[in-house]
Design a protein around this ligand. Structure first.
Ligand code: NAD
Length: 356
């Protein structure tokens, strides 16, 4: 059956990098991938036309699609808008409306780029971690929250860390399913020695593990996990954790690779529908110059094929094509080093298509 992909390019470099990812999809369509693509507006681009960063037609398109390819949103010209209509609200709206609770953040360091990391090459070369972050619950959403004034007149800020068993179970299952497609090892990160909520997290993870006898589950406190990520990151395969811990650890892991232009991400719902996007933003400082790195977006397409379209072999082909262009010495400005061949956005996309 034909799979529908919503293409939401967004703002800044979004349209440039998404155009290269679409070239890759079109190439695979030529090889029998049964897909249809439909464009939609999101973020500042949508605000300029419709007065909202998430127009109804875009939401309807996203709901009717099997997967969403997103560029990035945001830019200087929308920064003074009321917070309710800022470009980022388009993304948050899509996550909430589609219940995209499972955020997949790989941290992969291609051996060709090992020098880009601030860590020693032997510590990070060949790094391949998948961080699974719970995205729609936890302390970022828990009630009650706010700032109140106490009887003595002092103000007090408060937030609530809350997870129900079902929320923990569904992110657990999502992580175990992913581990089954990878190295079959999961490290669940919590702070069970201090926070009752994550004591429950640990208990539920143990229950979920019973349904996945092939997967080895371990637990680690978040402070140790942060330390281990910079000390010996290659010990990890899949890490699963709460919204806030995942927010912090996934950025830390991303920086192990030294290059924001190379990392894809996915946000999935219970039905396997996903939104796929690079981890970087809309980079307004380099928009329209044909110098942005499109590889994170192209690798997001690989994730889409693996996790929403059940086309693992095609996903691998894309990943191998990216390796090949790196082997050929092609580099966009953000990953350029002496002796390599500097290329622009579209030239890099064309090279991946050729490698395919
Ligand atoms: P950013 O990720 O856009 O840029 C940070 C730096 O990395 C910039 O110097 C940029 O030029 C560079 N960079 C980013 N992607 C690159 C690529 N593919 N190739 C080469 N260089 C790249 O983060 P920022 O500057 O903090 O934010 C810019 C805008 O993006 C803001 O409006 C912000 O709100 C938005 N943003 C959007 C998302 C998203 O859409 N998911 C995420 C983060 C930030």
């Amino acid at each position: 059956m034909t799979k529908k992909i919503a293409v939401l390019a967004g703002d800044g470099i979004g349209p440039e990098i998404v155009a290269e990812a679409v070239k890759v999809l079109e190439r695979l369509r030529g090889d029998g991938l049964d897909i249809e693509l439909e464009d939609g507006l999101v973020g500042g681009a949508a605000y300029d036309v419709h007065g909202t960063p998430l127009p109804t037609e875009t939401l309807d398109l996203a709901k009717a699609s099997d997967a969403i390819l997103l560029g990035a949103v945001g830019g200087y010209q929308w920064e003074s808008l009321d917070i309710s209509v800022r470009p980022e609200k388009g993304l948050l709206g899509l996550r909430a409306e589609l219940e995209l609770f499972s955020n997949l953040r790989p941290a992969i360091l291609y051996k060709q780029l090992a020098d880009a990391s601030t860590l020693k090459p032997e510590v990070v070369a060949g790094l391949d971690i998948m961080i699974v972050r719970e995205l729609t619950g936890g302390i970022y959403f828990g009630q009650p929250r706010g700032v109140r004034t106490l009887e003595n007149g002092e103000r007090q800020g408060f937030n609530t860390l809350v997870y129900s068993e079902s929320e923990i179970e569904r992110i657990g299952r999502s992580a175990f399913d992913i581990a089954m497609k990878r190295g079959k090892r999961i490290c669940s990160v919590d702070k069970a020695n201090v926070l009752e909520c994550t004591e429950l997290w640990r208990e539920v993870m143990e229950c979920v593990a019973k349904d996945y006898p092939e997967v080895e589950l371990s637990h680690m406190y978040v402070d140790n996990a942060a330390m281990q990520l910079v000390r010996a990151p290659k010990q990890f395969d899949v890490m699963v954790t709460t919204n806030m811990f995942g927010d912090i650890l996934s950025d830390c892991a991303a920086m192990l690779t030294g290059s924001i232009g190379m990392l894809p991400s996915a946000s999935l719902n219970a039905g396997g529908k996903g939104m796929y996007e690079p981890i970087h933003g809309s980079a307004p400082d380099i928009a329209g110059q044909d110098i942005a790195n499109p590889l994170a977006t192209i690798l997001s397409v690989a994730m889409m094929l693996r996790y929403s379209l059940d086309e693992a072999a095609m996903a691998e082909r894309i990943e191998q094509a990216v390796e090949k262009v790196l082997d050929q010495g092609l580099r966009t400005a953000d990953i350029y080093s002496d002796g390599m061949q500097k290329v622009g956005t579209s030239e890099m996309g064309d090279a991946v298509v050729t490698a395919l």
